[in-house]
Design a protein around this ligand. Structure first.
Ligand SMILES: Cc1ncc(COP(=O)(O)O)c(C=O)c1O
Length: 341
């Protein structure tokens, strides 16, 4: 079975497992785990921020950032397909007592003008208080599209002018960086806080990181503990993360190549529609024209291909380090058979 449901389905490689096995550990709640400390230092340097913190997941990373940046009753402006708005179980309201203001944007990109319009007037005490602008790069629901850096710079200006924080959901910021050649630290330099993942595309079994200035990270450290995220000898996991950052970023270009091959094959199929411009990194979202997505998913599975459901009309395939170029040839064959290519 070829599993393209997500880039989270990867299994730790032999070398990664060795690094985990050999990891020196200590009690991280006492800040005594050398491998966690090494990972956090390495990540802070890579992202060009004062400090970083290892957290259990991308959701925890985003939500910790939003919690520390806001007070109950505040509002966060994001794009309507943003992960924080669609896939984080209403955590902003559950955990922080805040709400989101979703703005619609092509390929997940919201403009400075749209954000200016969404900012609540300070004089209107009866309205929510805008506190944060959030951007997702690459954008999961927009087929892994990259947020153009020029637009990020414009949004940063709006944030500064209006005294707002700027948060990056950079779960797949590595993909954006590899594709554009813009360093992750350059991307991160525009943002006050960043969340990024080790377990999507980079092949680690678990874990994400957040980064920002020292005061922000020490407050996030406190909240992480309150949310039950204080882990003990978690250096075993950090070793996998460190291995992933040191070995598995550059190779993401292969995943992008594979996604392009799949997208191009789909564009020749009669029974699906794919927007080739949206497929910029490792995610392909394509519309099924003749059956329900559930039916199409089952037929793919019967032929040996697992894909996920992107939305009511679309299927989603994601390339990753556990799928070879030979398997991509097989994927193309299956998709052509199923969708009349
Ligand atoms: C853009 C984005 N942000 C955050 C997350 C959440 O990560 P996790 O599943 O580790 O909580 C995901 C997961 O796919 C994601 O795609």
């Amino acid at each position: 079975m070829i599993d393209l449901r997500s880039d989270t389905v990867t299994k730790p490689s032999e070398q990664m497992r060795k690094a985990m096995y050999n990891a020196e550990v200590g009690d991280d709640v006492f800040k005594e785990d050398p491998t966690i400390n090494a990972l956090e230092k390495y990540a802070a340097e890579l992202l060009g921020k004062e400090s970083a913190l290892f957290v259990t997941s991308g959701v925890m990373g985003n939500q910790l950032c939003l919690n520390v940046l806001t007070s109950p009753g505040d509002e966060v402006i994001c794009e309507k397909d943003a992960h924080i708005f669609n896939y984080e179980s209403s955590a902003p309201s559950m955990l922080s007592g805040i709400q989101l203001y979703p703005v619609s944007g092509k390929y997940g990109v919201i403009t400075a003008e749209q954000v200016e319009e969404a900012i609540r007037p300070k004089s209107a005490y009866y309205m929510p208080r805008t506190k944060v602008i959030e951007v997702e790069n690459t954008h999961n629901r927009a087929s892994g599209a990259i947020h153009p850096i020029e637009n990020i710079a414009e949004l940063k200006k709006v944030a500064e002018k209006n005294n707002l924080y700027f948060h990056l959901d950079g779960a797949r910021i590595w993909n954006a960086s590899v594709k554009t050649g813009i360093s992750v630290s350059k991307y991160a330099s525009y943002f006050d806080t960043i969340s990024c993942c080790l377990s999507k595309g980079l092949g680690a079994p678990v874990g994400s990181l957040i980064a920002g200035n020292k005061d922000f990270i020490s407050e996030a450290y406190r909240v992480r503990k309150a949310w039950g995220g204080g882990m003990r000898q978690s250096g075993i996991l950090a070793a996998a993360g460190l291995y992933a950052l040191q070995n598995n970023i550059e190779r993401l270009s292969e995943d992008h190549e594979k996604a392009e091959v799949i997208a191009k094959a789909l564009s020749t199929c009669e029974n699906v529609r794919v927007d080739l411009d949206s497929v910029q990194t490792n995610i392909i979202i394509f519309e099924v024209l003749t059956t329900t997505v559930e039916e199409a998913q089952i037929i793919c599975k019967e032929k040996g291909l697992l894909v996920s459901i992107g939305n009511k009309k679309c299927l989603r395939a994601v390339t990753h380090l556990d799928v070879s170029f030979e398997q991509i040839d097989e994927v193309v064959k299956i998709l052509k058979e199923v969708f009349n290519g």
